[in-house]
Design a binder for this molecule. Structure first.
Ligand code: ZN
Length: 264
């Protein structure tokens, strides 16, 4: 399954998918065929999935600056009202890559992202689709392009036993895998080797709450709630839904990683 991320870092919906909405500008009752995410002008917008840009244009009417990405399997995703487009037709984009900046071009009352998902030519509600496909911090880290050396970006740390962690502002905010390390190192970005003891100190200092999820194809350990540097309980499939609804990252891990983090 392809990896997906939210198109905006904030996930606040200001106007949902609605087959019969009264348009705020025209007053006409018309389907709202996407989801509006809160996004101030200039907010980076990310490719929600790997794909190919099939449209990058300015349309005077409703969408304004518009980007459409074909992500394969009969699915495309669309971004409207951008203040700036950063991709061109024909570009390959990676999941998490910045494709433009939010704005209020076209028919919009204020800056926001109007985000659409089309499956086999039919626009569907993007939010359940995102919730079903976004699996949290670890995969987001893996799929993000490595930072350039000029960027003041988070640091990867790598220990012999615990593997890879993403440090942001001195706090462990995610876990990755060897592919993450290789990609960052190849780009010349900082990957800091540390001891297991130092890694555990970072883990203990982490205040983040994650739901670790080890699916059957990765070893089938199930679910564990990780908070404040330790596993604090086990969950079930219902936990995943409630955690996603609350915006808590659901981090998909392999069996070995699940065992290491729940044994801590
Ligand atoms: Zn909209």
């Amino acid at each position: 399954m392809a990896t997906w991320v939210y198109p905006t870092e904030g996930r606040e919906v200001t106007s949902g998918f609605n087959p019969a909405r009264k348009h705020p500008v025209t007053g006409v009752v018309k389907a709202h065929t996407g989801t509006d995410f809160r996004a101030a002008s200039g907010t980076p917008l990310r490719a929600a999935c790997d794909g190919t840009v099939v449209k990058s244009l300015f349309a005077k009417g409703s969408p304004g600056n518009y980007v459409r990405i074909d992500v394969g399997g009969g699915v495309w995703i669309g971004y409207s009202h951008l203040s700036e487009r950063r991709v061109s037709k024909g570009d390959r984009v990676s999941c998490g890559q910045i494709i433009g900046l939010a704005g209020a071009t076209g028919s919009a009352t204020a800056a926001h992202l109007h985000f659409e998902v089309s499956v086999d030519g039919v626009k569907i509600d993007p939010v359940p689709h995102l919730e079903a496909n976004v699996v949290g911090v670890a995969l987001l880290v893996e799929k993000q392009p490595p930072p350039s050396l000029e960027d003041d970006m988070p640091t990867l740390v790598n220990s012999p036993t615990f593997g890879t962690g993403l440090l942001d502002g001195g706090v462990l905010t995610g876990i990755g895998d060897q592919a993450t390390v290789d990609a960052w190192a190849a780009a010349g970005a900082k990957v800091v080797p540390i001891s297991d003891g130092d890694f555990m100190r970072l883990v203990r200092r982490s205040t983040s709450t994650w739901l670790l999820f080890c699916p059957p194809e990765k070893g089938g350990r199930g679910f564990a709630v990780w908070s404040g540097g330790q596993a604090v309980g086990l969950g079930d499939a219902g936990t995943v839904e409630s955690f996603k609804a609350a915006g808590v990252p659901v981090v998909e891990v392999a069996g070995a990683d699940f065992d290491r983090f729940t044994a801590v």
